[in-house]
Design a protein around this ligand. Structure first.
Ligand code: GDP
Ligand code: MG
Length: 462
């Protein structure tokens, strides 16, 4: 990863597109894993980071001789495509260097494709359009993992014609949205024209091309941005409670080096917290951060990486805010000054929480991240569901949350419940809840949460 006297870091890539276009399946196909099947309700509910080493890409894509890859790999962030997760999508986007926009070849551009394209334009992020599900063209002959040009040459005249017709439809739609695009191997003006890579996430056609193009286009267009520097740039994605590790935070290290023992300043709901990194963990390459498994321990980690940080005092850390390294000799006042910008971030999050739609009588909702909280409340408020919400909070359920929820005992007893998603219940809170009669409902998908709550209502009416 050395270019002249520059050291390059991995480009960070996010995957966007309409629900069911095949974002998760595409990542599964890249990694040869199966998250898509195991995903709760099929919807990706959290941001996750996957590291793809350059050697793996070389092996799969077998670049022609003379093609020089200068970046050391790729870090892919999978963001949820469900409509309710727009907040998390823009968070993912703000830390990405490049994006993949997945379009279902049978459907063309859809609502969230258009929304994603607009966001990419706003954030000035380059992207590659993936025209996925080519295997659904009538009569497609599977050519597993083949480069797409080869796979297309293998098809009958009818398949080729249908492909050309659907491709030109998508090119026109993209043009209507202000983007010039071309099939990547016909694209000789890639500074101005965006690439289209046809793929099948089912049988792997076009996947080698996609991986290689992500690296080649990134290094050709953003050398400056991908230059490794020593100062740390790092964003918190998720706060997690781990049975063995305690509270940890999942971060994306965008640039710089992190060390075990570093002092860091993290933005929390209770204000800035300075703490020491006790451990730096990464999943094994090609496994993503949220898939449980054996972690690798590190003394030092270099950007770009998805990292799990173990440290004290992170229970109330706020996703989406940045983590700052406090250098030895740094006076804390100075680091506080740097923090100010992030306190604004924190203020925004709390303001955002209070802007969520709540009413006087309703249930209490608690979740691990703002994005999920927002999605749950939106879902509860939707016409088919109609569960009113009176209050909400982020992070572990504490006594004060139970107390707030218990206010409903006198007003509307069946609403004296906390709907909890991906958060821990503190022991004192659990005791108080069972003593006072507040029901705590937990589940691992939004839909199950609503189902369990409805069951609770049914039972309490009987
Ligand atoms: P996401 O919502 O964009 O993450 O979409 P998923 O990855 O969950 O895929 C949605 C559905 O489309 C699943 O049933 C996948 O198996 C299917 N799918 C995804 N990619 C392909 C593809 O290339 N070919 C075919 N035939 N089906 C696909
Ligand atoms: Mg998905």
């Amino acid at each position: 990863a050395i270019e002249g006297d520059r050291v390059l870091r991995e480009p960070i890539c996010c995957i966007l597109g309409h629900v069911d276009a095949g974002k998760t399946k595409l990542l599964d196909c890249i990694r040869h894993t199966n998250v898509q099947k195991g995903e709760a309700g099929g919807i990706t509910q959290q941001i996750a980071a996957t590291y793809i080493p350059v050697d793996y890409i070389k092996e799969r894509a077998k670049p022609c001789e003379g093609v020089i890859i200068k970046v050391p790999g790729l870090l892919v962030i999978d963001t949820p495509g469900h409509e309710s997760f727009s907040n998390m999508r823009s968070r993912g986007m703000s830390l990405c260097d490049v994006a993949v926009v997945v379009v279902d070849i049978m459907h063309g551009l859809e609502k969230q494709t258009v929304e994603s394209l607009a966001l990419l334009k706003d954030h000035n992020v380059r992207f590659i359009v993936v025209l996925n599900k080519v295997d659904r063209l009538c009569g497609w002959k599977h050519c597993p993992d083949a480069p797409i040009k080869k796979a297309l040459e293998n098809q009958s005249g009818n398949v080729k014609r249908e492909f050309e017709w659907r491709l030109s439809k998508v090119v026109t739609q993209l043009k209507e949205n202000g983007f010039n695009t071309a099939l990547y191997y016909d694209n000789h003006k890639f500074q101005k024209v965006f690439d289209i890579v046809p793929t099948s996430a089912l049988s792997g056609e076009g996947i080698p091309d996609l991986l290689l193009m992500l690296l080649l286009r990134s290094q050709a267009t953003m050398m400056e941005k991908l230059t490794f520097v020593n100062s740390v740039e790092c964003t918190v994605l998720e706060v997690n409670d781990d049975k063995d590790l305690g509270t940890t935070i999942d971060v994306v290290l965008i640039n710089g080096l992190l060390h075990k023992g570093d002092q860091v300043n993290v933005c929390t709901k209770q204000g800035p917290v300075v703490t020491t990194i006790q451990d730096l963990l990464t999943p094994h390459p090609l496994k993503e951060l949220r898939v449980k498994g054996i972690y690798k321990h590190h003394k030092e980690l270099k950007a770009a990486q998805g990292v799990k940080i173990v440290a004290r005092g992170l229970k109330y850390a706020i996703p989406g805010t940045s983590l700052i390294v406090v250098k030895p000799g740094d006076d804390l006042g100075q680091s506080e000054a740097k923090r100010q910008m992030n306190e604004n971030e924190e203020g925004n999050v709390i303001q955002e929480i209070s802007s969520l739609k709540t009413c006087k009588e309703g249930v209490y909702v608690q979740a691990s991240t703002f994005g999920i909280l927002e999605a749950i409340i939106e879902h509860l408020n939707s016409p088919g569901v109609n569960v009113p919400v009176s209050g909400c909070n982020l992070g572990p359920i504490e006594k004060k949350d139970v107390m707030k929820a218990s206010a409903m005992l006198k007003r509307k007893e069946e609403y004296a419940a906390i709907l909890a998603f991906n958060v821990r219940v503190m022991p004192e809170a659990a005791v108080l809840a069972s003593e006072s009669g507040v029901k705590i409902v937990t589940a691992d998908t939004v839909y199950k949460l609503v189902d369990s709550f409805n069951e609770h209502i049914k039972r309490s009416k009987e």
